[in-house]
Design a binder for this molecule. Sequence first.
Ligand code: PLP
Length: 395
Amino acid sequence: MISEKMKEYVENGSAIRAMFEEGKQMAKEVGEENVYDFSLGNPNVEPPEEVQEAILDIVQTEDPMMLHGYMSNSGYEDVREAIADSINKRFETKLSGKNIVMTVGAAGGLNVILKTLLNPGEEVIVFAPFFGEYRFYVNNYDGVLKIVPPNTETFQPDLETFEKMVTSKTKVVIVNSPNNPTGVVYSEETIKKMAEILRKKQKEYGTDIYLISDEPYRELVYGEIEVPYLTKYYENTIVGYSYSKSLSLPGERIGYLVIPDEAADSEAILDGANVATRILGFVNAPSLQQRVIKRCLDAKCDVSYYNRNREFLYEGLKEAGFSCIKPEGAFYLFVKSPVEEEKVFCEAAKKYHILIVPGSSFACPGYVRIAYCVSYETIQKAMPYFKELAKEFGL
Ligand code: PLP
């Protein structure tokens, strides 16, 4: 028999993954071209050419013993130095290679840092709507998840409620901006106020509260939007970055954590993250991908592709009568369901072979997430069906 904890995980498994499987089944029945699968955040823009070239060149020219061998659990030193330099140039930080821990994507990084920081029973605050996998990551280390309810006017964090929810047991606050599932970028004003609250609460309780900034969508922003770099606003910030979306490499599992010197007990956290990487069984982030990243620090995927999808989908849905905030980043639209029970709406969409994810998966019922990292043609073909759906629900 499997463990009680795992049994529960399996029973309450990811609705998004389940829908992905459902989509595959649907495709078998009606043909792939007739399924409009907006369920999964799987990038459909090709990785930049530099990435392909780097892979080929590295395999052909670099020392294979060095390339495929074990290394320090935190990753290759030269890669970490190069990443630190690149962040310093972009955000005027003062990092060095030792502040960087290479990770197995953002998910690996979050697990490493939560394992490093959390004692059982300590609280982790998140802001709804949030990436549902956080529930599992926090539960993995017996942390207690505290959810700040959504502010559905702006989808910026509700800081008044947040302030009341910080207790002496609060160890970690996780933010994710640009946000999955809303596409909202947390403003500088929001970040400054949040930092003020955290400092005040640390003083009040005599504790250290760590702000983890989960940033897989940092590079996916539209227009002139600036995404604040949080280490500049609050000392106890740890950044989790991933190349899954920025370079369209989700299957390659590569990212990093930034643990700055200013963070309380940074040396101990760095040592802890190094050990956590090993004992969680990652051992180290994939070696080939680390070497690729060193050569592709300035590479970018084609964000204009997602922008075209965003504009068309947003305008089309608005015209059909749906309401939603125009996303400034990531590749998701978070749309108000025309009925309170949004799962009813998602089920109705399936009639047209449209797959969208209920907001309750992100602790925000009454909304649905549409991932527009699909082909433009898919959105064009799906639009008449979205319009049919709108009529069906009296919009
Ligand atoms: N955090 C957020 C907010 C995400 O949306 C995702 C993936 O969709 C992840 C973390 C995990 O990213 P990775 O594939 O880099 O592990």
